[in-house]
Structures are given as C-alpha cells and as structure tokens.
Design a protein around this ligand. Sequence first.
Ligand SMILES: *Cc1c(COP(=O)(O)O)cnc(C)c1O
Length: 400
Amino acid sequence: MTARLETRAVHAGEARRRPYDALTVPVVMSSAYTFADTEAVQTFVERRELDGTPDRYEYGRYGNPTQDAAERKLADLDGGERALLFSSGMAAITTSVLALLSTGDHLVVAGGAYRRTRAFAAETLPRFGIETSFCGPDEIPERRRPSTRAVFLEIPTNPHLRVADLESIAEWARREGVLTMVDATFATPINLRPIEWGADLVIHSATKYIGGHNDLLAGVVVGRAEQLDAIEEARGILGGVAAPMEAYLVLRGVKTLPIRVHRQNESAQRVAEHLETHPAIARVHYPGLASHPDHAIARRLMTGFGGVVSFEPVGGRPAASACVDRLEIPRIGPTLGGVESIVQQQALFISPDPVERARYGIPDGLIRYAVGIEDIRDLIADLDRALGPLATRGGDRDAT
Ligand SMILES: *Cc1c(COP(=O)(O)O)cnc(C)c1O
C-alpha cells in the first residue's frame, strides 16, 4: 500500500473482501484445517514439497488466517518483505537467532539488551556452541571474528534510551557479510524503521506498543523472505506461534498505533522537559532532550523519541521509592507501551541482591516512566504532587 503510515496501520494487510462481508478480519479459532478428500490431501502435500508454500492452511502451528493478516500489516509498516508473528517477543528473538545461527557461529550483542535476551545470549546459546560477545556499539568491529554471523542491537535501549548509530553499523555489517538484527520495541515502526537504515531484521515485543493495551503477549520479526522463510520453518518446529485471538488483538492494536505513539511521544517529551528543570530531579534520560548523549543520532534516525522517560530523583533509592509510591496515575509494573502509564524502579525487579543488581548498571534510584495516553496535564500534576515533598526536603541537585 502506498498511503501514509496512519492509513496503512488501519488498512494494510487486510483483504478488501472478507468472509461474511465482515468489517473486521475474523478470528479463526481453529487448531486445524480439514481436507475434502484424499485427493485434496495429496494435492496439498505435493504442492508443499514442490515449492514449500502451500496455498491453504493445514495445522495451527504452521499459521492461521488471522495471524497472516497481522503479519502482512506489520511487514508493511516496517517496510519488510515478510513478517512473522510469535507468542511473545522472546519467542521472536530466540526463534530468529536459532534459525539463522549454527554451532560455531558468533553473535555480537551491542549496546545493552533486554535482560532475557542477554540471558539467552550469555547462557543458552553457548550450550549449543554459539559464542556471544557483549560490547558497546562503537566496539563492534573490534569484536568481529571470522565466525561472526550477526550483530544484535536494541534501539533505543532500556532504561537509558541509548540510540546506536544504526546507519553506520548496518553499513559496516553489510560490507562484512554480517546480519544486523534490531530489537526496536521501544521505538515502534512509527518512530524508527530500521530496515530503511540498512538492518536485515527488525524485532518487536508486540506485548508493548504494538498490542498497546496491556492485554496480550506477542512478538514479531520483519525482514526479507530469504531469512524469514528459515525463521518460519524454525517457528513450526519450536512452536512459538501466535494464537488466533492474540493475532486479532495485535491487528486491532496496530490500527491505533500511530495515534497512540504520536501522543506518547508528545507526552514523554513534556514529562522529560518538565523533570529536567525540577529541583527534586538529579538526572533525566530521554533522547528528545538536547542533554541526552545520543540526541543528534536520534534526531537523524528517528521520527519520534518514544514514550519512555527514565529519571533519577535527588536522594537515590529511598527518594525514588517514595516518588513511585506517591504517584497516583501510573501503576507499578514490569511492562510499558500500553494506554495505561506504568512506572517501575527497574533495578528492584532484577534481583533482591544489590550486588547482582549493580551488575546490570541500572541505579536503584532510577525510575522508568512509560507514559500512557492519559491527559498530559494530569500526568504532570501527579508527578509534581509525588515529587513535591522531595523538592522541599532535598534541594541540592548535586547531592546524589
Ligand atoms: C518486553 C521486551 C522483550 C520481550 O518481549 P516479551 O513479549 O515480553 O517476550 C524484548 N525486548 C524488549 C526491548 C522488551 O521491552
């Protein structure tokens, strides 16, 4: 579809004619698809063996019509040839890596990644003879080995919202014959389209912004048919396919993705600017602020800076906990990207052990605030109310 993003989010991927002339794509709640007779089975099997692309459905783990529509829509938004939907973001990540890398291959995880992605790379992959290096985005060429098969990046990162220079990394990787995989969950295709900057594969936890209503788990990978066909084969074996109802909720969520994300971009920018001048706040991390180390890169690559703001109140962990507990609008929880604002002191979710927490480089006093779609005036007033007692008690901005 050649229309603009907001129009494509509503219409792309959906057949013009739908069963029963329904306005929405039907949720096909069927675990399997039946055959009229033996000849139909034989034709299906011959076709499948011939070109690997059967023209009908067979068994739910190999796909369903609702999932197909969601995949076509998501491929369109990210500008990829194909998309594959999964039961979670982690299923999308693990299945893609296992499909494309083999024993003896080397993976570079650059610039910090989701905690479970790191665990998969550090603990699971080595058990199958796939080695991993962790490094900063500027150190990727130094880590390159003859066996390096892929670079995995998260843009922006959690919770410091770092934005790697994808354009130059992808250009380097292409020259070297290395695949670039980008987890762009925090950006969404509305703010960053990694394929346009040279990435081979884009992954999203659709649990977050794409679903957008804090009511589903799903993941998606978008890219070229060459890689996606292999990942689809692996999905059929590993089994992390999205259920029809989840696929439908993704499809429904994506229709409002652009308007939600535009709103969240605006609100997060306002929250970040407000907090940056607030006497109770020591530091604010948001790529839309000129003070952010990657502001220039973010302005070049991204069309919006996202709905997550991280900040550190003066007074470290006790001050952060007091702030979080006094906030009345956002709920405390380990997710983001939905219509409800969510806060968390991320470090506290990692481990009860301060030494273990320190390994992740996330200060205990850091609050991740993922804005929802509530009225920005209410969100700011709520923050001011929560921070008020800290401002009068703390005062000295350098005291952390
Ligand atoms: C949540 C998240 C994941 C994992 O996705 P699930 O849907 O929870 O499996 C991966 N990457 C990022 C950046 C995330 O925020």
